[in-house]
Design a protein around this ligand. Structure first.
Ligand code: NAD
Length: 492
């Protein structure tokens, strides 16, 4: 909800003007126009949201799961009704193409659908007669007030990795969206306001670091879900767990794909180009490095360079556009300087996307697709998450060498192989050290009923987002041992 050009918070079922003293401009990255101002909410405002959530919790946890999920069915219907309008807003604040915005909202909705299965997913288990006449049960109960802190690159989908499961399990949930793209969730919360949920079950608090720290320190917040860059993920995990909270923190990535000579080269090139340059490379499952094996080198390099050079770049609302801008001027500058760093480390720029100017959008933050060839695997550029439309190429002679390069990365979000050999695919799946594996797939994004995995520096915690892991994260197990003798006696 916007009032006087300023986003409001949603606390205790009411839209509230923030008392923040600091605000940031939210800009359309294709046009640089200011869309709205976002407040950086204070500790007091977080405390208000937590108190509203805590007050709602007692009643919400007693609401039967079959009743709780009726709100999710309604949420799905309303989000579908407003689907295009919300997707357009995502493109305007985040820069991705309309097709990409629609795609991410659809992925978000799929999590709402899976969470409607909570009455089954939340079931515990039991054994009768663990000793004569004594039974034992495992029950799942909600953990209480929980919060999620989300990144800029999927304003619609990522909050929905958490929100539906959290409330379906009986928790009360507070969202702190990215301050760079807060409008999509503000609109989604206008939809949520129509659900008739008890006040305090869902709250939205805008802000940045101070707001996050207030959530991490608040004694009544029992669990933190985080998605963002690795340094912040690590910090959030450390501070939340030191304060006795559960935490699941997804971090950054530097994903590699391996291309074998027996791959269907045309398919591999098209899919890898989409993975590297889709969402302007600002996807945690984007391909950042392509490693060719043997004879794959020349044909793959030639074809992927062609795909990069011919990609249509512009404003995501224009229908023929295939790639939008990066998120901020700082991001454009950072991506361009990292390309320069790659060159200084000996890489060759075979397609150069720096200094891009898009007719009609000269003030936008555009970087065109870029390909760096012969990137030094030991160099800084090989290890740094660029988070822009830059594909680095490396070349090896064997699949073993290629897997060694994949596994040398400090991140472990995704690794993919392109091949027509089942044996090679099996070897790769078995040996690659990453949480999400693709075989002839460029963006191995798990469906909502699978966990969104991640290893090494890409994930801090135990339970991942989505599906059964989400249910595990948002419930605590209670084990009950009980005896109901037909005759009460003091003899044991
Ligand atoms: P970011 O880490 O800058 O911000 C993420 C969130 O943390 C935001 O809500 C922000 O307000 C908050 N934040 C930022 N700095 C903070 C600090 N010092 N203390 C406390 N809170 C802070 O990330 P971003 O730039 O918004 O998103 C891009 C990053 O997210 C990339 O690294 C990308 O790989 C990663 N990402 C990972 C996944 C995954 O599933 N692993 C998914 C999407 C994005």
């Amino acid at each position: 909800m916007i009032q006087d050009g300023q986003l409001l918070n949603y606390v205790g079922g009411i839209w509230k003007r923030s008392r923040a003293s600091e605000f940031l401009d939210v800009r359309n990255p294709a046009t640089a126009e200011t869309m709205v101002r976002v407040p950086l909410s204070s500790r007091d405002e977080v405390d208000e949201a937590v108190r509203a959530a805590q007050a709602a919790f007692a009643g919400w946890r007693r609401t039967p799961p079959v009743e709780r999920i009726q709100y999710l069915f309604k949420l799905k219907r309303l989000l579908e009704e407003h689907f295009d309008e919300i997707a357009r807003l995502t493109t305007q604040e985040c820069g991705k193409t309309l097709a990409e915005s629609r795609g991410e909202l659809q992925r978000g909705l799929e999590n709402v659908e899976v969470a409607t299965g909570i009455p089954s997913l939340m079931m515990g288990y039991n054994v009768e007669d663990i000793a004569s006449g004594i039974d034992e049960h495992m029950l799942r109960q909600p953990v209480g007030v929980v919060a999620a802190i989300t990144p800029f690159n999927f304003p619609g989908m990522i909050p929905l990795w958490f929100l539906p499961y959290a409330i379906a399990c009986g928790n009360c949930f507070i969202l702190k969206p990215s301050e760079k793209v807060p409008m999509t969730m503000s609109r989604v919360f206008e939809v949520i306001d129509q659900l008739g949920l008890p006040p305090g079950v869902l709250s939205l608090v805008n802000g940045a670091k101070e707001t996050v720290d207030a959530l991490l320190d608040h004694p009544d917040v029992r669990a933190i879900s985080f998605v963002g860059s690795s340094p912040v993920a690590k910090y959030v995990y450390g501070r939340a767990t030191a304060n006795g909270k559960r935490a699941q923190c997804q971090g950054g990535a530097k994903n590699a794909v391996v291309v074998l000579p027996d791959a269907d080269m045309e398919m591999a090139t098209r899919i890898i180009a989409d993975s590297s340059f889709g969402c302007a490379g600002q996807r945690c499952l984007a391909t950042a490095v392509a490693i060719t094996v043997g004879e794959a080198r020349s044909i793959f390099t030639e074809q992927v360079a062609h795909a990069a050079a011919t990609r249509r770049v512009g404003y995501g609302l224009d229908p023929e556009i295939e790639m939008g801008p990066v998120i901020t001027p700082e991001s454009k500058q950072r991506v361009e300087s990292l390309i320069g760093k790659g060159v200084s480390e000996g890489a060759k720029v075979i397609v150069d996307g720096r200094a891009a100017s898009i007719p009609g959008y000269e003030r936008g933050y555009f970087v065109r697709p870029t390909i760096l060839d012969d990137v030094d695997p030991r160099g800084e550029i090989a290890r740094t998450e660029i988070f822009g439309p830059v594909l680095s190429l490396m070349h090896t002679q064997t699949i073993d060498e290629a897997i060694d390069l994949v596994n040398a990365a400090s991140f472990g979000n995704m690794a993919c192989l392109f091949t027509s050999s089942g044996a090679a695919a099996r070897k790769f799946r078995y040996e690659a050290q990453a949480g999400n594996i693709g075989i002839n797939i460029g963006v191995a994004a798990p469906m909502a009923f699978f966990p969104f995995s991640g290893w090494k520096e890409s994930f801090f915690g135990d339970m991942h987002a989505q599906g059964r892991d989400a249910v595990e994260f948002y419930t605590q197990k209670k084990v009950v041992v009980e005896r109901w003798p037909s005759d009460w006696s003091r003899k044991f």
